[in-house]
Design a protein around this ligand. Sequence first.
Ligand SMILES: C[S@@+](CC[C@H](N)C(=O)[O-])C[C@H]1O[C@@H](n2cnc3c(N)ncnc32)[C@H](O)[C@@H]1O
Ligand code: SF4
Length: 428
Amino acid sequence: MKPSFWRTRRLYRLLLTGKYQPYVFEGTIPDLPNSLGDIGLYLHIPFCKQICPFCPYNKVLLYGQDVDAYAEAVKKEAEMYRERLQASTVPSLYIGGGTPLASPRHLLDLIAFLTHSFRIGPEIGVEAHPSDASVENLSALRRSGVNLLSLGVQSFQDDLLQRISRPYDGEKAKEALANSMNADFDSVDVDLMFGLPGETEDQLGYDVEYALRSGIGQLSAYPLILFSFTKMPEILARSTFPKASWRQEKKMLQIIQELSKAYGYERTSIWTWTKKEKAQYTSVTRQDFVGFGAGAASRCSNVFYSNTCSVSEYVKAVDTRKLPIALSISLDEKDEIAWWLFWAAYRMSISRQEFRRLFNRELDSEFGLYLKALRYLGILKEEGTEYRLTDNGGFLFHLVEQGYSLDFLDGMWGALSSEAWPKRLVLG
Ligand SMILES: C[S@@+](CC[C@H](N)C(=O)[O-])C[C@H]1O[C@@H](n2cnc3c(N)ncnc32)[C@H](O)[C@@H]1O
Ligand code: SF4
């Protein structure tokens, strides 16, 4: 049976675009504009020293991989975009994975290459795994121009880390955080997961407070999402721990929200809390972005596409000077508006001015009835020139975002991880 969120997504599309058809991705390379304007860059490094059972991202075991060939392929792919990006300023470069620091030498080489090839700044962000967050690695990153760090802690507690097969303990996670805080980044983000197998509210409170008390710039706290193509659903089914219910998740979100507020952090998205005057680490909410690397996604004006997830096929395609795009979909204006509204709601703030700037229309004339209903239901409130999600709205969208992950991402990443070059993908 399809997950029940399947109906939620279809309903979302119907309500916002008037369309009830499924999304159809084609296995062909789309026509891209000759000039891309100002755009964010993302680089995907798919290597990990150990594979975590819950992880949906595109990754392979590092050992036995030809990382030299991969790094060369990324440079060639970036070259293919050089003309299109010639006139662009690139406000942000985010590097994620996988674990970008799996091979520090290759990572530093790629950062140097990209910062020389494009006009990048002010944000350069990198994800770090606690096992790689040594003083030496972090100071090399800082010297290379990286100013934002996201540390994948997940929890500071030995039992929870063991249940999700993370290869370090709480002490090591704390040491990684101390190293990150001492490395002079403009902002350090800590990723925690909540609703981990058997996690209590006290354990979550401890993790959140430990992170906030260290003075981090941002806390990201994600509910454990069970992607069907990972091992986690089966591991959980075999264990004595049930999946956290929506009521437990609601309580946990409340705990995170209250602690963050008490420590002076503001909710900047459904799952992030940022300290005032600190930069936000946000690799997913840009309007337009180009992704380099195996499995990286891009959105260039009205085209959304994903590179092949196969590392060897990625290297082969780029070697023949072919863009390594595996699936793409064109968005019409209604889809673009629905996309924008989705990410605006994720950021908890729907700005009339931004809507006007992007679509040359008035938000209230397009969606007046919905906005009124959402305000009446206590999901949105008006604040100056924007609508903000209330705490209840934040919880509702936490469910919608999980539904999107379970439906859209599970379908797309599941298909791309089982086939290098799918002919077509119909979602819905
Ligand atoms: C690319 S991942 C991990 C970065 C780095 N490789 C690491 O393991 O620390 C980014 C973040 O996504 C979150 N994440 C990964 N899988 C998840 C899942 N199944 N459900 C919820 N959050 C998840 C984790 O908090 C993780 O730190
Ligand atoms: S969570 Fe991080 S370390 Fe674990 S498999 Fe995913 S990308 Fe690799």
